[in-house]
Design a protein around this ligand. Structure first.
Ligand code: PLP
Length: 375
């Protein structure tokens, strides 16, 4: 038996049926299923706007780019961010010649509002909050801080498809919330994402930016009065960032099962928690109060992480690490070690296998192996 970290599950027949519709219609690009998926996403999340993208990474860049231009930020202005994330989060800041300022994480592995407030200067323009593993952490405190200091809030919700806080999809308060539907996320397609702006005008502007700055997409031009209209204007130096109908077709199917899938993820996590809670060599990363997490990850911390990972591999268990403290990367050398909690946990975190094909038996196998190794 081998137990892997992530194995995505697709409803193959339903996905193929949705994709077949695209192929039969002869429409695989922007529009059609992308519009259907945007509508379905808005009604599922209750978010006001949703624009389908080729990834979350491009969405984060787009958000930073648009706020920089609208709000007149200058090169070198600061964005407060977390060191414990996938590198996309922080690249988004660097792409736009802004300066990432790292604030430390709390016990939820999310930005600690106390340290964020300490890092605010007169050059701070925005905060990017990451809900690690689906955890909302102290998101609401960050929302209040951003209101108090008039900062833009971008939520990197790459792990948060279906995460609810006080019963509502998290992200309503952020200026932009960006989801990922990458191949191994909890709502997997192959590669795609969704950006949800609070402000409707920004959603409209984003649609131009993601299609090279062209003011009318080919789908709108086709549906417009029946005849394809060839004439368009280019208003911005935009990007090729929009999503396509094949990815949206898969997303539409996966969304139908998202609540069911997340609920099974929570079941798996409950089994892990019950079985591991007696082991004092293991610290389980807690979920924030009132957060119904998507449970993209189940994370623990241990003192002898690297050795334990190798030993687990020998028992055919393949966990992961989310994430290495980004200030350890060469590009952020100047901030190295500036966040002590992140740097401490970065050496200790393990993400245990968590996906829909696992059973209670698999969880028990991982737990008994861990307990044996950690005696
Ligand atoms: C996966 C991930 C991203 C990037 O998502 P893509 O859709 O692959 O671009 C960004 N942030 C976090 C925290 C992620 O885990």
């Amino acid at each position: 038996m081998s137990v892997h970290l992530f194995v995505p599950t697709f409803r193959v027949k339903e996905c193929l049926d949705e994709i077949e519709e695209c192929l039969v219609k002869g429409w695989t690009g922007l529009g059609y299923k992308t519009v259907a998926f945007e509508e379905a996403w808005k009604s599922y999340t209750g978010l006001q706007n949703a624009h389908f993208l080729s990834s979350n990474t491009v969405g984060l860049h787009l958000a930073v780019k648009m706020f920089k231009s609208i709000r007149g930020w200058c090169d070198g202005d600061e964005v407060i961010t977390t060191p414990l994330t996938f590198i996309s989060t922080n690249h988004a800041i660097s792409y736009e010649n802004l300066t990432p300022v790292f604030a430390d994480i709390d016990e939820y592995l999310c930005l600690d509002p106390v340290d964020v407030e300490k890092k605010i200067t007169d050059k701070t323009r925005a905060v990017i909050f990451v809900g690690i593993g689906g955890n909302s952490g102290r998101y609401q405190d960050i929302v209040r801080l951003c209101q108090k200091y008039n900062l833009v809030l971008i939520l990197d919700a790459a792990h948060m498809a279906g995460t609810r806080l006080n019963g509502k999809q998290v992200g309503q308060e952020a200026d932009a919330t960006v989801f990922s539907f990458q191949a191994v996320k909890n709502l997997p397609t192959a590669d795609s994402g969704m950006i949800c702006f609070k402000d409707h005008e920004l959603d409209e502007l984003a649609r131009k930016y993601t299609w090279l700055g062209i003011n009318k997409d080919t789908y709108a031009r086709t549906t417009d009065k029946g005849a394809y209209k060839w004439h368009y204007e280019v208003e911005h130096v935009g990007f090729k960032y929009h999503g396509n109908s094949i990815m949206a077709a898969i997303g539409l199917v996966q969304l139908r099962y998202l609540d069911q899938d997340n609920s099974y993820r929570r079941q798996l996590c409950n089994w892990y928690e019950e079985a591991l809670s007696g082991n004092d060599k293991i610290k389980i990363v807690p979920t924030a109060p009132n957060c119904e997490s998507s449970r993209h990850l189940f994370q623990i911390s241990v003192d002898n992480r690297d050795e334990l990972m190798l030993a687990l591999n020998e028992s055919d268990i393949f966990p992961g690490v989310h994430y290495r403290d980004n200030t350890e990367y060469r590009i952020y050398e100047s901030a190295k070690g500036s966040c002590s909690n992140a740097s401490y946990l970065s050496k200790r975190l393990i993400s245990l296998p968590l996906h829909l094909r696992l059973s209670k038996i698999d969880v028990d196998y991982v737990v008994s192996t861990l307990n044996k190794l950690l005696q």
